[in-house]
Design a binder for this molecule. Structure first.
Ligand code: BF8
Length: 485
């Protein structure tokens, strides 16, 4: 389980961003500022190259997500989500970034970092924004409602089916099919779960770090996974319990899992039927002991107000609060909850900030805030999954318009305090390219004590009017914010 594996300590050089695996003369571990890799790359070049590769991977994940929905629905890319180079040119940009950052191609850290920001902007347009627009069109836009979250959403008296991942192609069919079976309890995990919670009000059992715990309750008959943030440990873990693991993505197969493809609406309906049947048949294999143990848990599902988007969060009222000084600003609390980091400290920081800020939150951060009972829909608003960060961007744009100012002139900040994945880095930088101030906590996407970080901070300031804050502790972050007031 995750807790045990966390005993594996991160590499000291790699965690500072100074390990280069760009060719097979290395890996080169650069320990001092003057040292160079075997190829001659400086520490700044290595740090910038590593960041570009991370942003390329994050952008690829979001653009791939959007493309998979298009493949599923048979639609074409709407024109407003088409980059300058035309439909599909985002994939060429991702490929160019990998080319540029491979050994012996680009030698200028500034050029690498400029590409990072171009890719991050494309991520927003062709990944986050396109995926969200397609989800809204094909599976429905969120509406405000009461929802429930945490592991206590599983039910001993029901056949429990967990849906985990990011891509929503199966979930509409699954939710529809589940209504025909009153004995089925459908719950979500990670971002597929956050979307389900926002659009259909289906309970969210867990975010990334708790995904194994869902199976380890011993009362889940099937876990259906699509793509992204799915721990490769799940097949082994399912072997130890009776849970059937079902994959649906053509890209993301897992050894030992049952594969049920979802390449069209017809196939989604068939797979939903088959998956529910398999889970119901599996109910008899649940152990009585697991059920007894689950019943002894005292945790109750947490209530949360969910289903917010740019159309229903009363932007006029928020704009008026900003104007009158009733609130100091709007903060996006986004991204992952890294199990190596003191999450409680960060949650406390956002709790404090909600006294004089509006907080818009997505992804695992939203789950974590909800787990602490903070998703009240008054000061802290659940805006959906990680690709739905574009809803926060849309809210920022409308608030700036209502105030007759540019985004960069508004008191907006997006904080990604505990990154795990490359996706959260491209998301944070996307907001920076809009002119929002951006905060990253540790593990930092780029080591703050490098010339490369300095170049990035200067570039954001001069070209996008956005400030970058790199602070690893909640206390230092709060102090940094109060010194800006
Ligand atoms: O895309 S917040 S651990 S679940 S990457 Fe993954 Fe991070 Fe969670 Fe959704 Ni987002």
């Amino acid at each position: 389980m995750l807790k045990e594996r966390l005993k594996l300590h991160p590499c000291h050089t790699g965690s500072r961003g100074f390990c280069c695996k760009g060719c097979f003369m290395g890996p080169c571990r650069i320990t001092d500022e003057k040292q160079k890799g075997v190829c001659g790359a400086s520490r700044d070049l290595i740090a910038a190259r590593n960041l570009l590769r991370a942003v390329a991977a994050g952008t690829a994940a979001h653009c791939g997500h959007a493309q998979h929905i298009l493949d599923f629905t048979g639609g074409a890319i709407p024109i407003r989500h088409t980059p300058d180079g035309g439909a599909g040119s985002q994939f060429l940009e991702i490929s160019e970034a990998l080319h540029l950052s491979s050994m012996g191609v680009g030698g200028d850290p500034a050029e690498m970092l400029r590409r990072c920001l171009k890719l991050a902007a494309l991520d927003g347009l062709c990944g986050l924004s396109l995926a969200t627009a397609l989800e809204d069109k094909n599976f429905g836009k969120p509406e405000v409602k009461n929802g429930k979250l945490n592991l206590a959403c599983l039910k001993t008296g029901k056949v429990n089916i967990a849906v985990h991942g990011h891509e929503p192609m199966l979930v509409a069919a699954l939710a529809k099919e589940a209504t025909r079976h009153p004995d089925v309890n459908l719950v979500g995990v990670c971002c597929t779960g956050a979307s389900l919670l926002s659009t259909l009000g289906i309970p969210l059992a867990a975010a990334f770090t708790l995904q194994e715990d869902v199976i380890a309750t011993g009362i889940v008959e099937a876990m259906i996974v699509d793509s992204q943030c799915i721990m490769p440990s799940l097949p082994d873990l399912c072997e130890c319990f009776h849970t059937k693991l079902i994959t649906t993505s053509e890209l993301a197969r897992l050894p030992g899992a049952i594969h049920m493809p979802v390449r069209s609406r017809k196939e989604a309906a068939q797979t939903a039927r088959k998956a529910i049947e398999a889970a119901r048949r599996n109910r008899k294999n649940r152990s009585d002991q697991a059920e007894r143990e689950f019943k002894t848990r005292t945790e109750k599902p947490k209530n949360a107000v969910v289903g917010f988007c740019e159309d229903n969060i009363h932007l006029e009222r928020i704009a008026a609060m900003l104007k009158s000084g009733a609130i100091k600003g709007i903060i996006g609390a986004v991204g992952c909850v890294n199990p190596r980091v003191d999450a409680a400290g960060w949650i406390n920081a956002f709790r404090k900030l909600s006294a004089n800020h509006i907080i818009l939150t997505t992804g695992c951060m939203a789950f974590e805030l909800g787990r602490h009972g903070l998703l009240d829909g008054k000061r802290i608003f659940h805006m959906g999954s990680c690709v739905n960060n574009t809803r926060i961007a849309a809210a920022f744009r409308r608030l700036a318009d209502l105030s007759g100012r540019k985004i960069a002139e508004m008191s907006f900040l997006v904080s990604c305090p505990m990154p795990i994945t490359e996706k959260s880095i491209s998301i944070g930088l996307f907001f920076a390219t809009l002119g929002c101030d951006v905060h990253f906590g540790a593990p930092f996407p780029i080591n703050p004590h490098t010339g490369a970080a300095e170049i990035l901070v200067t570039m954001l300031k001069e070209e996008f009017s956005s400030a970058a804050i790199l602070e690893s502790s909640p206390g230092a972050f709060l102090r940094a914010l109060s010194s800006r007031d």
